[in-house]
Design a protein around this ligand. Structure first.
Ligand code: ADE
Length: 224
């Protein structure tokens, strides 16, 4: 899989994409993640990529030309399954959407910024708009990092234990059961006896029971 991220703030993405599981997945050649500075596609001598909006509202808008040039340059090299724009207007990101996107070969993620991007890009080049939640971020970089993380960890081999991506919270519409590690008694705070019992089947039953109870209590909407 290959993910190309287009942004005016490449430095904001680099650290989150080069740590932990995302770093390991790239080292194992399971995914290539390329971050492109939109300013490199500006024809302006000051590398400007934004301008005032027609109509006189406050804020700046990312211009068509650099975005078109960046996306066109990438599309000349390969076919893309989706050209995603990060925006609070988009479909809310979710585990099913992450699952679907993890099956793609090539993705472009365009990070929004300032007041937004010239609407003509959204009409002509963007195939999918995604929001990571009903709140407004300064830009789409954190949204792109969240999406890349959730997508890449689903690629087979990206996380050590293949089983664990499947047993994540949300994968089966259930929250994950509580987990514990040593010591079994910390300041009198005890690990449930069942987990120390060694009875594999009883433990799995207990975990499922816990998952269902926690989902009912904390996220009853997932059970509907
Ligand atoms: N850009 C600004 N806010 C956003 C959000 N909630 N999701 C995705 N991109 C955004």
């Amino acid at each position: 899989m290959r993910i190309d991220i287009i942004t005016v703030l490449p430095e904001m993405l680099k650290s989150s994409l080069n740590c932990s599981i995302l770093k390991r997945a790239q080292e194992k050649d399971l995914v290539e993640i390329h971050v492109h500075n939109l300013r490199n596609y500006s024809l302006d001598k000051h590398r400007r990529v934004d301008d005032y909006p027609f109509g006189g509202q406050a804020g700046m808008v990312l211009q068509c030309e650099p975005i078109d040039r960046a996306i066109t340059a990438l599309k000349l090299q390969r076919d893309y399954d989706e050209v995603i724009y990060t925006s609070p207007d988009g479909e809310t990101f979710s585990q099913p959407l992450a699952n679907r996107l993890s099956l793609c070969e090539n993705l472009i993620i365009l990070c929004g910024h300032y007041k937004g991007i010239d609407y003509r890009i959204r009409e002509h080049l963007i195939t999918k708009e995604i929001s990571i939640g009903d709140y407004v971020l300064t830009g789409g970089e954190l949204a792109a990092a969240v999406m890349a993380d959730a997508i890449v960890r689903l690629i087979p081999g990206a996380i050590g234990d293949e089983q664990s991506a499947l047993s994540d919270s949300f994968q089966d519409n259930l929250l994950a059961p509580p987990v514990y590690t040593r010591p079994s008694d910390y300041k009198g705070w005890k690990v449930p006896d069942i987990l120390l019992s060694g009875h594999e089947a009883n433990i799995r039953d207990w975990e499922l029971q816990q998952s269902m109870e926690r989902t009912q209590l904390l996220r009853p909407d997932l059970l509907e």
